[in-house]
Write a protein that binds this ligand. Structure first.
Ligand SMILES: [Zn+2]
Length: 486
């Protein structure tokens, strides 16, 4: 193979032990080969670039490998590293063997071609032990061509093996599926792909930085072929080292740094900063939908990193992703994709709309409402909260952090120390609460939501005296901001 061959071809696995990310398949096949229990027809199913064709070739080679056949006869257990051996005459001549037939249904679908290929199936192999038929994208064959294959695999001659591959199992007729042993190829996990990419780069004489390898692996989204193609692209432009910046530049990506600036500006609800960050992201010359997709990938990574720890942020990021996905679908066919992305981000960065001007709770209590009224407001609010608490998932977590700040006229002011919780309450529960409060009070009651990070720790609100004074004292003593930490 020449140096110009694509890296993907050069890096193809040579034995079952090198099948990256598909250990379940490698193990099952190694066992079947060791025990001489291979099927005469396999259907290899999976997304592009997950190793189907590579595996089909390894299988075809192994079926004819002299070392493998000797081990089968003597009952010696084979290691995945020696399947196939790559040293015997059959292995060495495999690529030019007249008995191995490869056919890509995507580029060559006619029945005549198929029949020509299959016509030789009933004759004994010319030089090998088995005649092998590797057919890629088998779902794209015409019905007649499929029927020709069926005829052979229904009563297969003993010297024939079919290795059929497809990316779309649903389009493969049941008659074929039921006669094949199905091998399901998984998407290759990022954590498996990136160390492998570094190893390949090392063999090419290049130091691929860890963060650069991870970025390539994430971008390839489970396809090793894509990952190696990206690595190839990056490797052609630099010498000896590939950094994260090299990857961004060579593949025309927005840097994580620029994406993070957009994300943090939006989360801080700073519209001016958001506008500046998005302008800077556009300056990389990328299309708006590519930037939006990169933002989604970045947000998803953040979500996975925090999934178990912080449900509050999880939900906020979820809203962010939803808005971007909607924006991407609006961009198709639109002449103003940049503006759609800009407007979406600016809207996300909008300050929470119905927030009252920030008031300190003590002022509010002194100036506009007697204390008794505040207690009445609290009673209304928490009675309704308790009523809903058992029906609504996630509500009690939010209500635990709500602080009834004021009750004046017919409006209860509810404060939160976090803008996210405030907007979640407003979005998901405000209308329900107002309705229930109205029923409780016998006249309409409105809720005004506010955010102020200086509000007192919320847990005190639902603790009655004298525990409250004790808790307050303890919190002051420890300087704690959250009663749960006391
Ligand atoms: Zn061999």
């Amino acid at each position: 193979m020449s140096q110009q061959d694509a890296l993907y071809s050069r890096a193809r696995p040579k034995t079952l032990s090198q099948l990256i990310g598909q250990e379940h398949i490698a193990n099952a096949l190694a066992q079947a080969i060791s025990k001489d229990k291979l099927s005469h027809a396999y259907l290899l199913v999976g997304t592009r670039g997950t190793g189907k064709t590579s595996t089909a070739r390894l299988l075809a080679k192994a079926m004819n490998c002299e070392t493998v056949r000797e081990a089968q006869k003597s009952g010696r257990l084979l290691d995945k590293k020696e399947i196939p051996c790559n040293n015997c005459a059959a292995c060495k001549n495999f690529s030019s063997s007249p008995d191995n037939n490869e056919f890509d249904a995507a580029s060559n679908r006619s029945v005549d071609d198929m029949n020509r290929l299959l016509s030789s199936a009933y004759f004994a192999p010319l030089v090998s032990h088995k005649k092998t038929y590797i057919i890629d994208e088998v779902h794209m064959l015409s019905t007649e061509a499929i029927n020709s294959i069926l005829k052979v695999i229904e009563e297969p001659p003993p010297h024939v093996a079919f290795l059929l591959a497809t990316t779309e199992i649903n389009k493969v007729p049941m008659t074929i599926r039921s006669r094949c042993q199905v091998l399901n190829f998984r998407l290759i996990p990022t954590d498996t792909a990136w160390p492998y990419l570094r190893k390949i780069a090392y063999r090419l004489g290049t130091n691929l930085h860890e963060d650069a390898a991870k970025k390539i692996a994430r971008l390839a989204a489970g396809s090793m072929r894509d990952a190696l193609t990206y690595l190839d692209q990056c490797n052609s432009g630099v010498n000896e080292e590939i950094s994260l910046t090299d990857v961004d530049n060579m593949l025309g990506l927005v840097s994580d740094e620029k994406l993070d600036k957009v994300i943090s500006a939006v989360r801080a609800r700073d519209r001016k900063e958001t506008a500046a960050a998005i302008t800077s992201a556009f300056s990389s010359g990328l299309a708006a939908n590519t930037i939006a997709e990169s933002l989604i990938t970045r947000l998803r990574d953040m979500e996975f990193a925090r999934l178990e720890k912080d449900t509050e942020i999880f939900s906020e990021l979820d809203n962010f992703i939803d808005a971007l996905r909607k924006a991407i679908s609006e961009m198709y066919g639109s002449g103003i994709p940049d503006i759609i992305l800009e407007m979406t981000l600016l809207k996300l960065a909008e300050p929470l709309q119905t927030f009252a001007p920030i008031q300190m709770p003590t002022q509010a209590v002194q100036t506009s409402a007697p204390v008794a009224n505040l207690d009445a407001g609290k009673k209304f609010f928490y009675d309704v909260a308790n009523k809903f608490g058992s029906q609504e998932d996630g509500l009690s977590g939010i209500v635990d952090k709500a602080i009834v700040v004021n009750f004046s006229g017919n409006t209860i002011t509810v404060g939160f120390k976090s803008p996210t919780l405030a907007s979640m309450f407003e979005k998901n529960y405000l209308a329900k609460f107002e309705q229930a409060l109205g029923e409780e009070a016998g006249h309409p009651i409105k809720i005004s939501v506010m955010f102020d990070k200086n509000l007192p720790a919320p847990i005190l609100e639902r603790v009655d005296e004298p525990e409250r004074s004790v808790l307050e004292g303890a919190m002051n003593f420890f300087g704690a901001s959250d009663a749960k930490k006391v």
